[in-house]
Ligand binder design. Structure first.
Ligand SMILES: NC(=O)c1ccc[n+]([C@@H]2O[C@H](COP(=O)([O-])OP(=O)(O)OC[C@H]3O[C@@H](n4cnc5c(N)ncnc54)[C@H](O)[C@@H]3O)[C@@H](O)[C@H]2O)c1
Length: 348
């Protein structure tokens, strides 16, 4: 029976991973660490609270995290903890630098001083920056070229991960870059749940600018399957060539090669809710410095670990809309607590 420490386990992807893991390995011991920040939500773990231990702590706090490691002796650490909303990062970039860069390094350091079998850091497609229209995709060998406060903070975390992989080869560290996720328990400030919860409340769906920004979408369950495949895989020694070629490091890009414009997605959701997109879409001022396009190639994880996405987008989106319809109390409580989650860039 493995003991997992899941940092950020009260957020969207972290809580999905906790539910997923408990289904796959009911006997497993799970310690969730979360500071219950803006998007952290205890209710994401409703139904499994008796099967896990929740430690309300900040990954930036070295002493507190050391105590958590010493108390629970985790074997596998998965770090989902981060500030994750691009809009909010424009408003409060320092919060993002703290959790996403310093928090990432702090947790690596706690794992170095209290050795674990494997430390997996969850990063994002966005660290590669914006993909040009004539470019095919990014992959693990692509340079980091973050240009937004969110992606810059995540990229800074990535650089620490790569530095730890190579400086402390006795540690067993893996790094992921995943496409945009969608599914249950996503905080309703993000595009898909924002559109669903707006339309269900009789409000229009905001589309930034022309809505032709392209994103690469993966169902959160497929992301969880990829992370588990990584945890179960053997991670060999870091080869000397990794010094000049990052694709030789244990880094996996995760995607379903599913590229769609924001306008497409918003229209599909509105149709699933039985409404006419032209009547429910409102084009609003775009976020400053909004990346136009992301797409990554998952060939490495497909070839080396045999992972492939299983949820097709139409089915996944329909299930997601159904989940928000069936769980109105979950998101109504968040909206009551947080107020409007829609940013208005026309006034900034
Ligand atoms: N959502 C996506 O589409 C997506 C895609 C690729 C990668 N990622 C990455 O996956 C991870 C999880 O994303 P998410 O969408 O679930 O985000 P989320 O905002 O829903 O959840 C993040 C969780 O981390 C917690 N947290 C933040 N700072 C913390 C700190 N200092 N100490 C302890 N807990 C802290 C929050 O309270 C929250 O529960 C992030 O690292 C993100 O960069 C997300």
């Amino acid at each position: 029976m493995t003991t997992y420490l899941i940092a950020g386990g009260c957020g969207f992807i972290g809580s999905n991973f906790v539910h997923f893991l408990l289904k796959r390995q009911p006997e497993t011991k799970i310690i969730v660490v979360d500071n219950l920040g803006f998007a952290g939500n205890r209710a994401n773990l409703d139904g499994v609270v008796d099967s896990i231990t929740l430690e309300v702590e900040d990954i930036c706090d070295f002493e507190a995290m050391t105590r958590v490691y010493q108390r629970h002796q985790p074997e596998v650490v998965v770090n989902f903890a981060a500030e994750s909303h691009n809009d909010r990062a424009v408003a409060t970039p320092s919060d993002f630098a703290r959790s996403n860069a310093l928090g990432c390094q702090n947790l690596l350091e706690v794992s170095r001083r209290n050795p674990v079998r494997r430390h997996v850091h969850i990063s994002t497609i966005e660290v590669y920056g914006e993909l040009g229209e004539s470019q095919e995709w990014f992959n693990e060998a692509s340079p980091l070229n973050a240009k937004t406060p969110y992606s810059a903070a995540k990229a800074a975390g990535d650089m620490f991960v790569r530095a730890y992989m190579q400086t402390y080869p006795e540690m067993d560290i893996m790094l992921t870059h995943c496409a945009n996720n969608y599914g249950a328990y996503q905080f309703p400030e993000k595009l898909i749940p924002l559109v669903i919860t707006n339309v269900l409340r009789g409000l229009k769906a905001p589309v930034y600018g022309d809505g032709l920004q392209k994103r690469d979408w993966l169902h959160v369950r497929d992301h969880c399957r990829a992370i588990l495949a990584m945890i179960e895989a053997t991670c060999g020694d870091i080869p000397a060539e990794a010094a000049t070629d990052p694709s030789k490091l244990p880094i996996y890009d995760i995607s379903a090669r599913n590229e769609l414009t924001n306008l497409d997605i918003v229209s599909q959701i509105i149709r699933l809710l039985g409404k006419e997109p032209s009547e429910w879409i409102e084009h609003v001022a775009d976020r400053p410095n909004h990346d136009r396009r992301y797409l990554i190639n998952p060939a490495r994880i497909e070839t080396e670990l045999g992972w492939e996405p299983k949820v097709d987008f139409e089915t996944g989106l329909e299930q997601t809309v159904r989940w928000y319809l069936d769980n109105q109390a979950w998101w109504a409580a968040i909206l009551e607590r947080s107020g409007s989650l829609q940013f208005d860039w026309s006034t900034t």
